[in-house]
Design a protein around this ligand. Sequence first.
Ligand SMILES: NC(=O)c1ccc[n+]([C@@H]2O[C@H](COP(=O)([O-])OP(=O)(O)OC[C@H]3O[C@@H](n4cnc5c(N)ncnc54)[C@H](OP(=O)(O)O)[C@@H]3O)[C@@H](O)[C@H]2O)c1
Length: 289
Amino acid sequence: MSTQTAQLLDGKALAQRMQAELAEQIQTIQGQKGRAPGLAVLMVGDNPASAAYVRNKERACERVGIASFGKHYSADVSQAELEADIEALNQDDRVDGILVQLPLPDHLDSVALLNKIHPDKDADGLHPVNLGRLVRGEAGLRSCTPAGVMRILQDYQIDSKGKHAVVIGRSILVGKPQALLLLEADATVTIAHSKTANLNEITRSADILIAAIGRPDFIKADMVKPGATVIDVGINRIIDYEGKSRLVGDVDFEAVRAIAAYLTPVPGGVGPMTVTMLLQNTFQSYQAF
Ligand SMILES: NC(=O)c1ccc[n+]([C@@H]2O[C@H](COP(=O)([O-])OP(=O)(O)OC[C@H]3O[C@@H](n4cnc5c(N)ncnc54)[C@H](OP(=O)(O)O)[C@@H]3O)[C@@H](O)[C@H]2O)c1
């Protein structure tokens, strides 16, 4: 068995560095602007995972000097009330970014809500206008998690040009925008999903393998090409053999670590970069107006 282990891609350290730089930039610019940047995170109900994500985002805002305009609604809030509040935030000059924390209760139409957000305040980069800009290769607000993955690759000087990148997952949140960003970076891209035939064969040909599936330890060592870069987007809460609850990714970390050249840990890989790109998007909108 090989004793070589992959270099870990430290998203947490990169996120801290980027947030420190952002805090400095905000400090410098806000005097001229006469106000701090502002982000509104709208959360509905009391899903504990969503509440933790929202807290995390608001703490990150505070660290870098972004003002929070978030609102927490009871689970039975109406579509009309949320749409009216989004409209008010669209008009509010103190607010540069708006995001609706997903998932939402079943009675709400999340797509209609996302579409209500003004494209220039679409901090999550999920509005059809921003997704359209991504497809066209035009400047715009990019979806945070895939943009965070690209930033990690860039920071570690892992060039996508001419490489075969395989993205497993085709969600609008991660998989599809990820594939488009890799294409923009001149990779040759394959998108795989639950109906893909011969998945192992495809993943074994990947120079860059991105797992955005939502299944613990799905990517085994025999699915990875020796020397590949493996990015684990998955966040799965499991109960381990000691009965303890913990977070794991989509990649069988220890096994793949012995095969890959680069690997993101979970936690501490892509997750912190998602939050950082959200702050970056808010700052980008702030600078633009
Ligand atoms: N690190 C972060 O900041 C961050 C951010 C967002 C999401 N996440 C995590 O990333 C994971 C994916 O999120 P998501 O929102 O994209 O999830 P999603 O909407 O559930 O999409 C999962 C994708 O995985 C595919 N898939 C499921 N089982 C498969 C299988 N056996 N073989 C091949 N493909 C399979 C699905 O294929 P079909 O389309 O055919 O169903 C789907 O396209 C989750 O663990 C989520 O928690 C992390």
